[in-house]
Design a binder for this molecule. Structure first.
Ligand SMILES: Cc1cc2nc3c(=O)[nH]c(=O)nc-3n(C[C@H](O)[C@H](O)[C@H](O)COP(=O)(O)OP(=O)(O)OC[C@H]3O[C@@H](n4cnc5c(N)ncnc54)[C@H](O)[C@@H]3O)c2cc1C
Length: 298
């Protein structure tokens, strides 16, 4: 069978697109490996009528709602390659099977490349976080830290100060005098020492340990990690890819159409503003573009 659309990635962007397409009476195959980016957090914040919901429950609910439509098909499968012959895309799965569709939506998300520090990975999404709008409120007024990873960390620290008293951990590095002035104006403290690890019970945080210096007590550490896409399908299909703020992003137009004919992309892989709200809106926009090109031609 040739599906009207194949969606690679069945999370916030992919499922939002799937819902619109099946409601437009189209046949859709969603391929998914079940690893949404925010799976490390117990609660998702800031999404309309779902503030504080478990992101995995949100996704399961959405999956069930999409499945209720006759046009919906799902495979728990990884897409590893895609080619186009004429007007049809052929997507190869990890087990060697090939599925076919007229349109292709890439919504496979990104992976955060966490800095290597003892005690950091197990606290990711809990007391080590990246987005103040997602998880800052839960640490309101508490002792906050920002780890110096790149230029983005300076902006992050000056923003985080809105949520509580903030320390910028230089981690043995340096920043230019203007950045230092900006941070001081925002009331951000500077800790020059090299970070040795994170300290606290379970996933909680009580302090940052430093090399050759006493521990600095904090309750949450913000980081702005670099990221990489979860797949190279965009490159394999010839889609243009550009440099984003913290990792590569697929070039798309306002309708989430890539530079490769018939290929659309949505969610975190298409821009640097990463939230569930934006990913869902992206999916809807891509679905509208796909539906219009199925109905009226390219
Ligand atoms: C720790 C953390 C907490 C966050 N908290 C919030 C929050 O509170 N509020 C908020 O608005 N945002 C939050 N975010 C951001 C949010 O997670 C992302 O913006 C959102 O998940 C992006 O949705 P997406 O559909 O683009 O990608 P993802 O949700 O990452 O989904 C991509 C999907 O594609 C699948 N996949 C990958 N490769 C393949 C392949 N080759 N074949 C098939 N399937 C594949 C993956 O398994 C996954 O299911 C948080 C992010 C992190 C890291």
């Amino acid at each position: 069978m040739t599906y009207d659309a194949i969606i690679v990635g069945g999370s916030f962007a992919g499922l939002s697109a799937a819902l619109y397409l099946v409601r437009a009476r189209r046949s859709v195959l969603v391929l998914d490996t079940g690893k949404p980016r925010n799976r490390f957090a117990a609660a998702s914040h800031g999404f309309f009528a779902q503030d504080g919901s478990d992101p995995l429950v949100m996704l399961e609910t959405m999956r069930e709602q999409v499945k209720a439509y006759p046009g919906a098909s799902f495979m728990d499968a990884k897409a590893v390659d895609a080619t186009r012959t004429g007007n049809t895309f052929h997507v190869t799965l990890e087990n060697g099977d090939v599925v076919s569709g007229t349109k292709l939506l890439l919504a496979y998300g990104i992976t955060d490349i966490l800095p290597e520090r003892p005690g950091l990975p197990e606290r990711w999404g809990k007391s080590v976080i990246h987005c103040p709008y997602c998880h800052g409120y839960e640490f309101s007024g508490q002792r906050l830290g920002v780890l110096n990873l790149s230029e983005a960390s300076i902006h992050q620290a000056s923003l985080i100060a809105e949520w509580g008293p903030t320390t910028f951990f230089l981690d043995g590095g340096t920043i230019d005098p203007d950045a230092m002035t900006t941070l001081r104006k925002r009331g951000v403290g500077i800790e020059p020492g090299t970070v040795a690890g994170l300290v606290g019970e379970g996933a909680g945080l009580t302090a940052v340990s430093l090399e050759n210096a006493p521990e600095r007590p904090i309750d949450a550490l913000f980081i702005a990690p670099a990221n990489r896409p979860n797949s190279d399908l965009a490159e394999r299909l010839g889609c243009a890819v550009e440099a984003g703020m913290l990792g590569p992003i697929i070039t798309v137009d306002d309708m989430k159409t890539t530079t490769a004919p018939g290929v659309h992309a949505a969610g975190d892989i298409t821009w640097s503003g990463h939230t569930v709200t934006f990913a869902c809106a992206d999916g809807v926009m891509a679905a509208l573009a796909i539906h219009r090109s199925l109905a009226f031609g390219d």
